[in-house]
Design a protein around this ligand. Sequence first.
Ligand code: DLL
Length: 440
Amino acid sequence: MKMDDLSVPRDPESAAQVDYLSRDRLTALQVERLQRVVQLAYDQVELSRARLTDSGMLPQQIVGLDDLSRLPFTVKQDLRDTYPYGMLACPMAEVRRIHASSGTTGTPIVVPYTDRDLKVWTSAMVRTLHAYGIHAKDVIQNAYGYGLFTGGLGVHYGGEQLGATMVPTSSGSTDRQILVLKEFGVTIICCTPSYFLHLLDRAEDLGVDLRELPLRAGVFGAEPWTEAMRKRVEQSAGIKAFDIYGLSEIVGPGVAAECEQQDGLHIFEDHFLPEVIDPESGEVLPDGEEGELVLTTLSKEAMPLIRYRTGDITTIIPGTCPCGRVLRRIRRISRRTDDMMIIRGVNVYPSQIESALLAVDGTLPHYQIELSRNEDLDQVAVHVEIDGDSDASANGRLHGLVTDALKRVVGLRMEVKLLAPQTLPRSEGKAQRVVDKRPV
Ligand code: DLL
């Protein structure tokens, strides 16, 4: 294979060849691409040029990966400040597609792609699906939203390139999704984990048992989920549930993916160079330590990003994976730097609450955390649906078990409300786990 060949072989074995390069060859490829991408950003993007100049680090000074930590960070606010096209590094005529992410607040993030950017993205998605053991004979129902959101088209083109059959249902229309699942010979489903839970519930209402269908795996991401959730999903649907990670700014889905070991997500680090930093000091942390994931795009043409602070908290797993891929792995993203709640002085993350809830038999994986304020004191109430079969006398016990589990895992006594099944709102994309009713 030519060192810098970005063409996308149709055959997934060849596309995935780089997953098994030696570390030395991979590093050489990364350094060469890093030099090139920093030069591109310096030449074409005013903000990057100013940052690099201020940092005293010019593109030609990069000689190895150790120099990465001397480069300045890029943050989400930079993309907002330069909205919509201020970070564009190529002529508009070369932009082939635009995606955007609305985020929770404010100005959307606009993500342009050149032809080659799209090819690289597709190849990362081919490698992703291949790593899950998905192949040309699979029928893939893609219930990620098609449109400005990257989930739909990103997975779609990857699946087609792999040679699989794509069923582009997009998000929503749950009853139709179930009809397709049941009647189209679907073997793989792709959607957010929370939407899959909704599909499972609705299927049950309609008398469809997913375990009796040819469905064998799910590709779940775009929002945090826990190991406890994986177990529930795998058991109730009779499938393997794989984690997929990505973010619009970098490319979309296909930045990192689990392999069949289901023990961490391999980063496609020939295109997306990872670091983990201390979110407070910005210092790079050694492998094995938890911090904020920072990514540098090594091959992006339309919007190269240098040391982009993702806000996602993870750990680079030391050592190699038994699957043989040389690509480093990150732990599943359990939380973001900005979804931490401080409740009565204790740092609390929704993922801790999810793990605590799902550790208790009789709870359903549908929950919502409500924050309110009472006389200047923050209050948190955890609403969780419970198995419809639990009768009133059993509920008192369940209530106690859930309260204790939360106290044990999170370190706080929280108000718990047990709800009947189907009470909480369902989402077709990313679930809203926290409802903040505190006055601003
Ligand atoms: O969610 C891209 C995507 C689509 C990924 C489909 C996977 C599948 P954004 O809308 O820009 O892009 O949101 C990116 O979502 O920074 C994380 O905080 C979160 N996220 C994405 N994947 C995971 C995951 C897409 N597997 C933001 N686990 C990221 C936890 C995830 N969080």
